[in-house]
Design a protein around this ligand. Structure first.
Ligand code: BGC
Length: 704
C-alpha cells in the first residue's frame, strides 16, 4: 500500500513500526500466559516492549496495573491485549455451547455472548478465545462440547451470532482454524486428513461466517490437515483466510502450537518452527515465546524478511487501534449484576426431551413423593461444564434444589447420590433404590463429569461412566416411573436407557441456572423446545455418524446383503440431528415452493404450515432441508438450509416462510470451484432431519 493511500490509522501504524526496534516488533507478536513467578518478571518484559498481550491475566486491578506499565513505562507506550477463554460465560455461566446450540436460537447465542463479554470487560479483559466453531461429527472428541455440533449451516449462523455478541465489548477469536474437530478416531490433537471438498463444504463455512461477521482474530489449530499442520499452513491462512475471504484481522497460534511444529516433524528447531509459522501468516505466538526469542537472529541474517515481521506487527497494532486501546488503554466498565434471568432462559431452551413415553412428563400433582437420585442430583461443580472460567459452584442451582423449590411443601422430596460420577463404588445403590421404592416417581440425575469433555478429554466408550449404569438398572428394576436427567458434554450411547427408561431429558451442562431450568421443564412450566444439533449414535461403532451423509453407490436396503450397512446395528441413529420432543405435538402441511424454476441469483421461497396439534402451547423448531438430486460431484442426502423457532398456542397453526438464496445451494465441483449447478432439487420441511413432507424445484441457469 502506498503511504498516501493509507488511512490516518494506517499512517500512525506505519510511523510506529518505523520507530520500533526488531525486539519491540517481535515483542508485539509475543503472547505469554500470565505467570506471577516468571524470571525476569513479566512486567519487566512489558517495560522492555517484549510482550504484545497476555492470556489468563484478568481482574480489573491486575490488568489496569499491567496496562499502566505498558503505556507509561515502555518506550513506545503500546497498550496490551488481555485475552482469556470466555467460552460460555465469564462470571455468570450459561450452558456449554453444544447445549446452547440446541436452542437453535441465534438471538439467544448473541445475547449470552454479549453478556459474557460485558462481564469480562469489567474484569479488564479485551479479548476472548471464542467462539469455537469446529464442526464435530465424532462424539468421542471431547471438544464437541465447545462447538455447535455437526452442521455447517447451523454452525455458521451461530458462529456469526456469537461473534456479534462478543464484539460488542471485546475482540472475538474464531477457532480452531481449521478442521480441528475432524481428528481421526475422535482422539484429541490427532491427524486430520480430508478432501479439500469436504473441508470447504463442511468444515470451513463456520469460520467464514465468523470472518464475514467481522471477527477480529483467528486461532490456528493444533492439528495437521493432509500433512500440513494448521499453524504453519500458508494455503489455509494466507490463501483461503486472507486472500479468498478478505480477513483483515490477525492470526494467533494455539497454546504452543508453533513449538509443536517440531513434534509434528516439519521443523528441526524452535527457530525453524517460528520461521514456518510466521511465513504461513500466524502473527502471534501463544505461550511458546519462539518469535520473541528465536526469530531475531533469522531476521538479522535475512532468512526472514523484515517485511514479513512488519506485516504481522501491523495486524496486531491495527487490532489494538480498532479496539480503541490507543485512545483509552483501560476501556474500563463497572461490574454488572449477574444476569440470572438470561442464564435461566438459555438453560431452558437448551434442554432436549429425547423420550416421553405415555406422557410421563410433565410431573403432575399425583406425584406426592419424588426421589431425586444420582451423583449429579445435588452437585454444584459439574453443571458448570468444561471452561467454567470465573464461575462459582456456589452460584449453581442444583437439580435437587430446583425440584425442591418448585415442588413446594406438599411434596416429599427424597434424595441420595447412589454412586459417584466416575468411580466404580456400588455401595450406595441399595439406599438409593430404597428411596425409589418409596417414591411415586424417580428423577435420576446422571451423566458425565465436567472434566470428561472439553480439551484432551476424548473417550472411546460413550456410556454412563463409573457405576451409574448399574444404578440406572437397579432403579429401573423397581418398576416405578423413572425420568432420566442427563448431563453430558457430548452425545452418549443411550441404547439401554432408550429401551427401558420412559422419559429422558438431555440437559448438557447448563451452567448456574441448571436446577431451575430443569425443574421448569420437569414440571411443565416450560415446554421443552431444544433440538439436537448432533446425531446420537446407537453404538460407538457407527461413528462418525451424521445426517448429511452420502448415498453411496449401494444405499442400505433391508434384506439385501451387498448394500452399505452393518451386520449388527441399523444405519439409523438412536436420535437424529434436529430431533427433540415437546409436551405438545406439531404437524406440517401444505409445503409450497413459490417459484418452482429458479435462476442461480434467485431466492428459493418455501411456505409450510406448522400446526400445534396438542393441548399445550409450545415452541417448534421448524427445519428446512434441501437435496441436490444430481450433481457433478456426489451430494449429501439432504442439508439443512433454514430453520425457524415458532411459538404456537394449543390448536394454533402458522404458515411460515423460508427464504434460501440459491447461491447457498452450491457445491465445490471437480475443478474445485464453487458453483450452483442447474438441475432438480428436493426440499423437505419438518421437525428433524428425517422430515418427510417434501417438494421440488429446479435451478435453470442464471435467469429462467
Ligand atoms: C486451547 C484453546 C485455548 C487456549 C488458551 C488451548 O489449549 O486449545 O482453545 O483458547 O488453550 O487457553
Amino acid at each position: 500500500m502506498s503511504l498516501s493511500a493509507q488511512t490516518p490509522v494506517e499512517r500512525r501504524i506505519t510511523a510506529l513500526i518505523a520507530r520500533m526496534t526488531l525486539a519491540e516488533k517481535l515483542g508485539q507478536l509475543n503472547l505469554p500466559t500470565y505467570d506471577p513467578n516468571a524470571k525476569p518478571s513479566q512486567s519487566e518484559l512489558v517495560r522492555r516492549g517484549l510482550v504484545g498481550g497476555f492470556l489468563n491475566l484478568d481482574g480489573a486491578d491486575a490488568t489496569r496495573n499491567m496496562q499502566k506499565t505498558a503505556v507509561e513505562q515502555s518506550r513506545l507506550h503500546i497498550p496490551l491485549l488481555f485475552g482469556q477463554d470466555v467460552i460460555h460465560g465469564y462470571r455468570t455461566t450459561f450452558p456449554i455451547p453444544l447445549g446452547e446450540a440446541s436452542a437453535w436460537d441465534p438471538e439467544l447465542a448473541e445475547a449470552t455472548a454479549k453478556f459474557a463479554a460485558r462481564e469480562a470487560r469489567a474484569a479488564g479483559l479485551n479479548w476472548t478465545f471464542a467462539p469455537m466453531v469446529d464442526i464435530a461429527r465424532d462424539p468421542r472428541w471431547g471438544r464437541i462440547a465447545e462447538g455447535a455440533g455437526e452442521d455447517p449451516y447451523l454452525g455458521s449462523v451461530l458462529a456469526a451470532a456469537r461473534v456479534r455478541g462478543f464484539q460488542q465489548y471485546i475482540l472475538a477469536t474464531v477457532k480452531h482454524f481449521a478442521a480441528y474437530g475432524g481428528a481421526e478416531a475422535g482422539r484429541e490433537y490427532n491427524t486430520v486428513d480430508m478432501s479439500e471438498r469436504t473441508l470447504r463444504e463442511v468444515y470451513l463455512p463456520p469460520y467464514k461466517a465468523a470472518v464475514d461477521a467481522g471477527v477480529g482474530s483467528v486461532m490456528s489449530a493444533f492439528n495437521e490437515i493432509a500433512g500440513v499442520p494448521s499453524s504453519a499452513n500458508p494455503w489455509l491462512t494466507n490463501t483461503v483466510l486472507r486472500h479468498e475471504w478478505g480477513f483483515d484481522g490477525f492470526v494467533v497460534s494455539d497454546w504452543t502450537s508453533v513449538a509443536e511444529l517440531r513434534a509434528h516433524g516439519i521443523a528441526a528447531s524452535a527457530a525453524d518452527a517460528g520461521r514456518l509459522a510466521l511465513a504461513a501468516g500466524v502473527d502471534m505466538d501463544m505461550v511458546a515465546a519462539i518469535y520473541v526469542d528465536s526469530l531475531p537472529a533469522l531476521v538479522r541474517s535475512g532468512r526472514i524478511p523484515v517485511a514479513q515481521v512488519n506485516e504481522a506487527v501491523r495486524r496486531i497494532l491495527r487490532a489494538k487501534f480498532k479496539l480503541g486501546l490507543f485512545d483509552d488503554p483501560y476501556r474500563a466498565l463497572p461490574e454488572v449484576p449477574q444476569d440470572k434471568a438470561l442464564a435461566r432462559r438459555a438453560a431452558q431452551e437448551s434442554i432436549v426431551l429425547l423420550k416421553n413415553e405415555g406422557g410421563l412428563l410433565p410431573i403432575g400433582a399425583a406425584a406426592k413423593t419424588i426421589a431425586v437420585i444420582g451423583p449429579l442430583a445435588a452437585d454444584t461443580v459439574n453443571p458448570l461444564g468444561p471452561w467454567s472460567g470465573r464461575s462459582r459452584p456456589s452460584d449453581v442451582v442444583t437439580v435437587l434444589a430446583g425440584i425442591r423449590e418448585r415442588a413446594g411443601p406438599g411434596v416429599t422430596v427424597l434424595s441420595a447420590p447412589g454412586t459417584g460420577v466416575t468411580d466404580g463404588d456400588t455401595s450406595g445403590i441399595a439406599d438409593a433404590v430404597a428411596l425409589a421404592q418409596r417414591a411415586d416417581l424417580t428423577v435420576l440425575v446422571v451423566g458425565e463429569a465436567d472434566t470428561m469433555s472439553g480439551e484432551a478429554s476424548s473417550r472411546s466408550r460413550l456410556g454412563l461412566p463409573g457405576a451409574q449404569e448399574r444404578l440406572e438398572q437397579a432403579v429401573e428394576a423397581t418398576g416405578k416411573p423413572v425420568v432420566l436427567v442427563l448431563m453430558s458434554g457430548r452425545p452418549l450411547v443411550l441404547s439401554w436407557s432408550a429401551e427401558h427408561v420412559p422419559a429422558i431429558l438431555e440437559t448438557w451442562f447448563l451452567g448456574d441456572e441448571a436446577g431451575h431450568a430443569i425443574a421448569d421443564v420437569l414440571f411443565g412450566d416450560v415446554n421443552p423446545s431444544g433440538r439436537l444439533t448432533v446425531t446420537f449414535p446407537r453404538s460407538v461403532g457407527q461413528i462418525p455418524i451424521y445426517y448429511a451423509e452420502k448415498n453411496t453407490g449401494r444405499p442400505a436396503v433391508e434384506g439385501q446383503h451387498f448394500t452399505s450397512k452393518y451386520l449388527d446395528v441399523p444405519n439409523t441413529p438412536l436420535y437424529p440431528f434436529g430431533y427433540g420432543l415437546s409436551y405438545t405435538t406439531f404437524a406440517y402441511r401444505d409445503l409450497q415452493v413459490r417459484k418452482a424454476r429458479l435462476g442461480t441469483r434467485d431466492t428459493l421461497v418455501v411456505f409450510v404450515t406448522v400446526a400445534n396439534t396438542g393441548t399445550r402451547a409450545g415452541t417448534e423448531v421448524a427445519q428446512l432441508y434441501v437435496r441436490d438430486d444430481v450433481g457433478s460431484v456426489t451430494r449429501p442426502v439432504r442439508q439443512l438450509q433454514g430453520f425457524r423457532r415458532v411459538e404456537l398456542a394449543a390448536g394454533a397453526s402458522q404458515t411460515i416462510e423460508f427464504r434460501v438464496p440459491v447461491q447457498q445451494l452450491g457445491l465445490w465441483n471437480q475443478a474445485m470451484k464453487y458453483v450452483v449447478e442447474p438441475g432438480t432439487f428436493h426440499v423437505f420441511a419438518g421437525s428433524s432431519s428425517t422430515a418427510e413432507l417434501e417438494g421440488t424445484f429446479e435451478v435453470v441457469g442464471v435467469r429462467p
